[in-house]
Design a protein around this ligand. Structure first.
Ligand SMILES: [Zn+2]
Length: 235
């Protein structure tokens, strides 16, 4: 059993492979927050769920499966959407957070809540044949707003939804996120703190890690006790 508490925000394309991986490695506590029930259209990609789970909240169905795989562990399902009112309090209960949402606005909400609460997290994003992941250690490495400044416009978000998500790409990013959680709770060095990984499976797959530095004046500074500009630049 690995001692540690990891929260997965979103029990879908990224969150399911991350949850399975954490359960199989024997992580002590996995929290899962997701407001939605399992639907038929989820089953091909979100392999933790079966036909009998349709209509059950994803967080609860996934939590049951996690306990089946890791009977000595604890799963904490939270059937709710993460929002301004609950984000900081929820992330503060965990050692490490996995952003497995498909909503750009939620990603910035998680970023700000984790920076404020001083909790490390790994961002993940997938779109079509591409994926991204980056670990943020508040006060040490660049946050999401250092890199992207803010969520895209609503029109852009809509066109992203149309581009869809490819299951194997999401699975790869979700597994990388679980590995970042594993490294963090074991006290090992992160592979993706201070670097954003991009995976492009159009044609021959390519993986690249681009170093990113904390940016003074990053918008999280107005929200956080530890601003990114205060962070010592790495490398
Ligand atoms: Zn920042």
């Amino acid at each position: 059993m690995i001692d540690g508490r990891v929260l997965i925000v979103g029990a879908g394309g990224l969150g399911v492979p991350a949850a399975l991986s954490l359960a199989r490695m024997g992580l002590g506590t996995v929290g899962l927050i997701d407001p939605d029930p399992v639907e038929l259209s989820n089953l091909h990609r979100q392999v933790i769920y079966g036909i009998s789970d349709i209509g059950t909240p994803k967080a609860e169905a996934a939590a049951r499966k996690i306990i089946e795989l890791n009977p000595g562990g604890v799963a904490e399902p939270i059937v709710a959407a993460i929002d301004e009112s609950n984000a900081r309090e929820i992330v503060a209960r965990y050692d490490f957070v996995i952003d497995a949402t498909d909503d750009p606005t939620a990603k910035f909400l998680i970023n700000d809540a984790c920076v404020r609460a001083g909790r490390a997290f790994v961002y993940g994003g997938v779109l079509g044949m591409g994926g991204q992941a980056m670990t943020v250690i508040p006060g040490r490495t660049a946050c999401l707003r250092c890199v992207f400044e803010g969520p895209p416009e609503l029109g852009e978000i809509a066109s992203c939804r149309e581009a869809g998500i490819i299951g194997p790409v999401a699975a790869l990013i979700g597994l990388l996120q679980a590995d970042e959680a594993r490294r963090f709770v074991l006290g090992l060095e992160s592979g993706l703190a201070g670097g954003i990984l991009t995976y492009d499976a159009t044609g021959a797959p390519r993986v690249r890690v681009t170093r990113v530095s904390p940016r003074r004046g990053c918008a999280c500074e107005s929200r956080a006790s530890i601003g990114c500009g205060d962070a010592p630049a790495r490398n």
